[in-house]
Design a protein around this ligand. Structure first.
Ligand code: IPE
Ligand code: IPE
Ligand code: MG
Length: 252
């Protein structure tokens, strides 16, 4: 039985987020430059997006470039940016075919004009698609997002537009407003860390780490993570007994 067949369609996560890590090490293992790994990572992106669309998820967020990734050698940053442009261009037919809508989170204003032009073209083209919401985290970090939210709150408060800050109000100032929090986070590449990703939103997310390097990640790996997620008990601070009582009251 494949992992795809093992998925319980009635218990799908609404939102899966992915830290796509391990491109550099994958290339190094093959005696190649890091950029070779990034290029081969595009296949894994396609597989993951298609797998998410096939399984009927509502949101897939991919961490593509962090605010810290600017510290990499310029040659690598430039290669990542041009790969982004060519992939957006090349993958648009796949997005259209699967009715996938593209959006972004992150400080995209700071990206080059070329990148912004291609991004906007794809965002506009896919705007009316009604299937999977594909969210690219680009020049994103959780701390950047929270500081920007705090600044916006400060500005609104100064204009008297804001009375009381609550969790819901705060969440409205984040880049992920209108999105449910991820229920599952997958990180490839074997590191056990969050690397400044979705710090607010991951509060109760199930974490799944795999040593598979990103360019080797395929649909079945994604389905395997979903099956693993479906076997977990999400307690949100309650006890198992309370959850069982709730379940049985729902079934009556
Ligand atoms: C992830 O792979 C891609 C980005 C961060 C853009 P890495 O480039 O971080 O690969 P490793 O972790 O060095 O192997
Ligand atoms: C996280 O990977 C960022 C992305 C996948 C875009 P990194 O490779 O940058 O993370 P660290 O530096 O190992 O924590
Ligand atoms: Mg890495």
């Amino acid at each position: 039985m494949t992992y795809k067949e093992k998925i319980d369609k009635s218990k799908l996560p609404l939102h899966v987020a992915v830290i796509m890590d391990g491109n550099g090490r994958w290339a190094k293992q093959k005696g190649n430059q890091r950029i070779f790994g990034h290029r081969n990572g595009v296949t894994a992106v396609r597989e993951t997006v298609e797998a998410a669309a096939e399984s009927g998820l509502s949101f897939l967020t991919l961490y593509a470039f962090s605010t810290e990734n600017w510290q990499r050698p310029k040659l690598e940053v430039d290669a990542l940016m041009s790969l982004l442009v060519s992939s957006l261009h090349g993958e648009t037919p796949t997005l259209m075919k699967n009715s996938i809508r593209l959006t972004t989170i992150g400080n995209t204003n700071a990206l080059s004009a070329d990148v912004n032009k291609e991004l906007q073209t794809t965002i506009d083209k896919t705007a009316n698609n009604t299937g999977l919401n594909l969210v690219l985290a680009l020049n994103y970090s959780g701390r950047w997002e929270m500081i920007r939210a705090a600044q916006d709150i400060q500005a609104d408060a100064a204009e008297g537009k804001l009375k009381q800050i609550s969790e819901n109000v705060f969440a409205e100032y984040l880049a992920t407003r209108n999105m449910p929090d991820p229920e599952l986070l997958i990180r490839t590449g074997g590191e056990y860390r969050i690397s400044n990703f979705l710090l607010w939103q991951l509060a109760y997310t199930e974490l799944y780490f795999t040593s598979t390097l990103w360019p080797d990640f395929r649909k079945e790996d994604f389905f395997k993570a979903i099956v693993d997620f479906q076997q977990r008990e999400r307690r949100f601070g309650k006890t198992s007994e309370q959850l069982e009582q709730y379940e049985s009251s729902q079934n009556q």
